[in-house]
Ligand binder design. Structure first.
Ligand code: PMP
Length: 354
């Protein structure tokens, strides 16, 4: 820390992103990226836009907002685009949380929430998941806090039924409920249909997973127009051009290419189910994932040992060194071939240990 660093950030522990090593070619199953490249239409529109990069991007993201509003069946005023969904989660933390409106989320969830709370000086409460990693909805009813719910949750992949999500939203009319639907396209029930009914609901989504644009950085939020206006007040005060021209057009292409989107999501879900079956025959235990990853543990192999073994084999998965998660690893669903390499490597490890 330099002697110039503001004291208010002195104890901030930043989020640790999954590794992006370049020392060799790894099978990357550690950051929930898509195994499929971006849609050909998304690539073509982004390439065309490259010729205009001397010009700033449209801060209103008008073309993208219009395309997305039609696709999702919302008004343009009910939509905001940002630089990945981490960006909108930060704006939501800034906009809707303070000493009188603390944040609340599960003790096991997306690791960015506590970091964003700390960054913004927001007090927060973590509600423990049940032993089986499911959420206890009753913890959140009438919580008197700004709630952040990843649905499906991360890193467990477990989806909360829509009826429970609605109960949480309805019971907190004076607080915003942020439902982070980063993984919803792989099997969760979306609560998007509730944004007209509840003015306290913000739904966030990303193009990083189901639309193969993690490196493009594109996320968005949908909710009551007054919530969106508040978020835009902050976005225009912080970084009005947060979505660059090429990403904006890649986003348009990714939305318009519905057939490709369905093909990718369908393939990932099929591979997830096939991999889960194979892992179960190897003795792995796992949560019931509705996302593009599996959360696994083996009764005979420690989480770190498994991670290290695969690392040596050139396969990267995500290990979390917290007491509750240390026996587990999160494995992104890659291509069929990548998952075959994974299951073969694991069979070898278990064979060695038999
Ligand atoms: N929410 C959840 C639950 C996530 O796992 C992630 C990805 N790490 C994000 C949001 C952020 O994704 P991005 O910023 O790439 O849109």
């Amino acid at each position: 820390m330099s002697r110039f660093f503001s004291q208010k950030f002195a104890s901030l522990i930043p989020y640790t992103p999954g590794e992006q090593p370049r020392d060799r070619r790894y099978i990357k199953l550690n950051t929930n990226e898509s195994p499929f490249p971006p849609s050909p239409l998304a690539q073509r529109l982004a390439r065309q836009e490259a010729g205009d990069l001397q010009l700033y991007s449209d801060p209103a993201c008008a073309v993208l907002v219009q395309t997305a509003a039609e696709y999702f069946g919302v008004e343009p005023e009910e939509l905001i685009f940002t630089n990945g969904s981490d960006d909108i989660l930060n704006f939501a933390m800034m906009a809707f949380c303070d000493a009188d409106h603390p944040a609340a989320f599960p003790d096991v969830t997306y690791g960015f929430y506590p970091v964003l709370a700390a960054l913004n000086g927001v007090p927060f409460e973590e509600f423990p998941l049940r032993e089986d990693f499911t959420i206890r909805p009753e913890d959140y009813t009438g919580a008197g806090a700004t709630i952040f719910l990843a649905n499906p949750n991360a890193p467990t992949g477990i989806a909360l039924p829509l009826s429970d999500v609605e109960r949480i939203i309805a019971s907190n009319p004076d607080n915003v409920v942020v439902v982070d639907e980063a993984y919803v396209d792989f099997g969760g029930e979306s609560c998007l249909g509730l944004i007209k009914k509840y003015d306290n609901l913000l739904v966030t989504r990303t193009f990083s997973k189901s639309r193969s644009l993690a490196g493009g950085r594109l996320g968005f939020g949908m909710g009551n127009r007054n919530l969106i206006r508040d978020l835009n007040t902050l976005r225009y005060s912080a970084n009005p051009y947060c979505v660059n021209r090429m990403t904006m057009m890649a986003g348009v292409g990714a939305i318009l290419d519905e057939a490709y989107f369905r093909f990718c999501c369908g393939g990932i879900v099929k591979t997830r189910e096939e991999t889960a079956e194979k892992l179960k025959t190897l003795g792995f235990e796992m949560t019931d994932s509705a996302a593009n990853f599996l959360f696994i543990r083996h009764p005979r192999v420690g989480g770190m040992e498994l991670y290290r073994f695969l690392y040596e084999k050139g396969i990267l998965i995500r290990h979390f060194e917290t007491p509750r998660l240390k026996d587990y690893n999160r494995v992104s669903v890659g291509s069929e071939e990548e998952m075959r390499s994974l299951t073969e490597a694991l069979a070898e490890l278990l064979g060695e240990k038999a």
